[in-house]
Ligand binder design. Sequence first.
Ligand SMILES: NC(=O)c1ccc[n+]([C@@H]2O[C@H](COP(=O)([O-])OP(=O)(O)OC[C@H]3O[C@@H](n4cnc5c(N)ncnc54)[C@H](O)[C@@H]3O)[C@@H](O)[C@H]2O)c1
Length: 465
Amino acid sequence: MQLKETLEKIISKYCSIQVFGLGYVGFPLSIRLAKSGFKVIGIDTDLTKIERLQKESLSDTQLNLKSDFLKSLKNGNFVPSNIPVKTDLPRIGIICVPTPIPDGNNDSEIHVISAVKKFLDTSKRGDILILESSVRGGTTEELIKIIKSRGYTIGKDFGICFCPERIDPLNQKWKLENIPRVIYASDDLTYQIAQTIYEHVNNSTLFRASSPKVAEIVKSFENAFRLVNISLVNELAVLCDKLQINVNEVIDAAATKPFGFMQFKSGAGVGGHCIPKDPTFLLDLARQKEMNFSSIQNSLAINSMLTRYIVDSIESTLHEMKLSKSVLVCGLAYKSDMDDMRDSPGFKISNELCKRGFVTASYDTFYKHELLEKYLIENHIKKIDFKIISELNENSIKGYDCICLVQHHSKMKDTIEEIYKKSLIPLIYDCQSKLNYISKSKTLLKGFGLVQKNREYILSRSIQI
Ligand SMILES: NC(=O)c1ccc[n+]([C@@H]2O[C@H](COP(=O)([O-])OP(=O)(O)OC[C@H]3O[C@@H](n4cnc5c(N)ncnc54)[C@H](O)[C@@H]3O)[C@@H](O)[C@H]2O)c1
């Protein structure tokens, strides 16, 4: 089969779409395409995940897709599987597998290369590969070499695209359906095929890049932009802390400027799968050209300094209040209302507290003990030395002198406010400066860049609650 024939068949959805990786990116994409009438096979190497989907069970953050998922499973448009499937139909492989921060043993493309090879092992002429995972500059060109080595002619009987995902899970305004995408396509026919598919994803709002490297760098640059701005605002929060002024007051006032300013909020540092990692791809490219990309390097350094700054600040406040070194860390996920614990500041702060001899426990509404092994890998740690508590209430906080709020989840909001209102703990350290000040509370509310009006009064009483 030639690409021309593939295009004709895809227009009438006479094809098989095989999505590799059913995570935050691949699962919603699969369901979206299945809902549009495509036959989609969702492939994941995680057998537990496949079995869970076969049993019609979804995780908390997938529940918004439940009805479309169940319909697609029932009408056969979505089939979960742990292996790719050979077919005579034109086949589109969409790669949505993880690209971890490289360690000494593996580089970040280990899963991408493995998934692409599995796709090619079951491919034929006329098939198309679309890479959605974020990758190091040069990866698409490497994949082109692999495809050619299998005897295919790109642009004639095989096509490849790099169309990096931009999804922001839980964002109600910008969703899979309306986020514009940047795309590199190896040739015009492959581009038309991609347009036909993405018509059903985001109305085909695609911006075609002239080369794979441009598209790859766009993706890394977008996340470097976020990293640099978050680090800037976090460093500003540290300065505000030292000046004893409120960082949010500064940010909100600056945001009244109608042009040339974009608002970022301070927090305990970046986490997740994209912002700490994608900018490092630009660092790698810069190194290859014997250049230092210092704004990225500095931002990464600021980010890793924050854990120490927060723990120092908690330690000195507890000392000043003559309280014990005992802290309950709330919020292990890197993002609010999400179950994503990858590279999370909550784990870093809990570990640092433990290292310094604090009695430490942690809590997260989304924490699941059965996923402990996964959390350890995702946070590059061998074991957890702190206790994990399964409920947050008046009883479970007994014995702790401080709650360190790293992440605010909606499900925790009422309980935290109740604890604060009823003065059930001497100190709340809010890393995101989000909690509303309650003047009647005897609890000291602190954060970096968060100034409490009655701080001196509370400290002078050295409360023991
Ligand atoms: N999560 C986000 O918000 C987001 C946003 C934009 C881009 N990205 C990028 O998209 C890619 C996927 O991220 P994610 O958050 O969906 O990851 P994820 O960890 O949620 O999901 C990836 C899935 O791929 C599976 N997998 C691993 N190797 C595989 C293989 N060889 N074949 C088939 N399945 C395999 C894993 O078991 C996992 O279920 C990454 O490159 C990430 O940087 C993520």
